[in-house]
Design a protein around this ligand. Structure first.
Ligand code: GDP
Ligand code: ZN
Length: 330
């Protein structure tokens, strides 16, 4: 490998794990990871990563030799059975969570908000396909109920591909030059929204892109799209499962109402299940918190705890293996 000086660039696209890096001069180069970097299997570049790239002579590909520390990252549990994290995007300013206005899935929204808050970035919600709502009052009603859930400090926008006003409000969230990660289940209208922001069809929409056959999802790539007039959007198609990963802070932020009541429980370590003097259960009984919401909260906390235990077990097993490989190898 030639010893050419490394260049700095940003991962602007990821296709089947292969990063496309935009170098400082604007040139884009397909990259591989240096073997040293991925030896332990842990660190791989994701969209938004700032990386150092070497260009070995006579190669078309660049080699990523370093991933610079991330300002923040969007993480979920790896969708496989293993208790490992999967980073979806790095170095962004705002997470935009999309839900279809007429079919808000409260459970999924809770998860999306937990993951979004956990990043420490700003959070916004867009309710899509507003044109499918029955009338204006239906739109207002959903917007208000979502706003009540996510909190007043989170912008809750309403958009439709039939009406440019909502898209302009999203443009304002991206201004003057923020990078947003767009999350939301397949079909919610993410690509349509990006096309509206860009003003032309840069993303394929609808069923042409994502079939339900498993294999076709591998063609889905994550990328950064520049918005004319300011801002960029990181598109995250094909992100289905949203298992939480080390998300205590995210859970607390997404369930701030419950957190507030919890501060008044008699026991500091109250689990809000059967303890006397539980202010959270009292709030549920008083109709201030819905039982489903408490159930989600407890379920997500449980999910995080279970993962932590599995991680701990895996670590112990690994330690055992290392110290006894010779004796116990079968
Ligand atoms: P994605 O999977 O989240 O990227 O969703 P798409 O942008 O591909 O949209 C899924 C389907 O919903 C497509 O058939 C779009 O034409 C349709 N769609 C997207 N936005 C709207 C909208 O505002 N109103 C209506 N009625 N349909 C929309
Ligand atoms: Zn309690």
């Amino acid at each position: 490998m030639g010893l050419a000086a490394a260049l700095t660039g940003e991962v602007v696209r990821l296709d089947r794990g292969l990063p496309l890096v935009q170098l400082e001069g604007g040139q884009q180069v397909r990259c591989e990871h240096a073997t040293d970097l991925v030896k332990d299997g842990a660190l791989r570049a994701v969209v938004g990563d700032i990386v150092r790239v070497e260009r070995p002579e006579g190669h078309d590909c660049g080699v990523i030799c370093e991933i610079l520390p991330r300002r923040n990252q969007l993480v979920r549990k790896d969708p496989s059975e293993r208790a490992v994290p999967q980073v979806l995007a790095a170095n962004f300013d705002v997470v935009v969570v999309a839900q279809p206005l007429s079919q808000v899935n409260a459970r999924r929204l809770e998860r999306e908000l937990v993951l979004a808050f956990e990043t420490g970035a700003e959070v916004a919600v867009v309710l899509t396909k507003a044109d499918l709502a029955e009338d204006e009052s239906a739109v207002d009603q959903v917007r208000e109920s979502v706003r009540a859930r996510v909190g007043a400090e989170v912008p809750t926008l309403v958009v439709s591909d039939q009406d440019s006003r909502g898209v302009e409000s999203l443009r304002a969230v991206l201004a003057p030059n923020k990078t947003a990660v767009l999350v939301g289940r397949s079909g919610v209208g993410k690509s349509s929204l990006i096309n509206l922001l860009v003003g032309e069809d840069v993303q394929a929409t609808g069923s042409v892109r994502e079939g339900d056959g498993k294999g076709r999802h591998t063609t889905v790539s994550r990328q950064i799209v520049e918005i004319p007039g300011g801002g960029r959007v990181m598109d995250m198609p094909g992100v289905r499962g949203l298992g939480v990963w080390e998300a205590e802070a995210g859970i607390d932020a997404a369930f701030a109402d419950i957190q507030e009541f919890a501060a008044q429980c008699r026991f500091r370590d109250c689990t809000h299940q059967a303890e006397p003097g539980c202010a959270v259960r009292a709030a549920v009984e008083a109709g201030l918190v819905s039982p489903q919401r408490l159930e989600s909260y407890l379920g997500l906390r449980q999910e995080v705890n279970t993962l932590r235990e599995r991680k701990e077990q895996a670590r112990r097993r690994k330690g055992e293996k290392h110290s006894t490989t010779k004796k116990r190898k079968r």
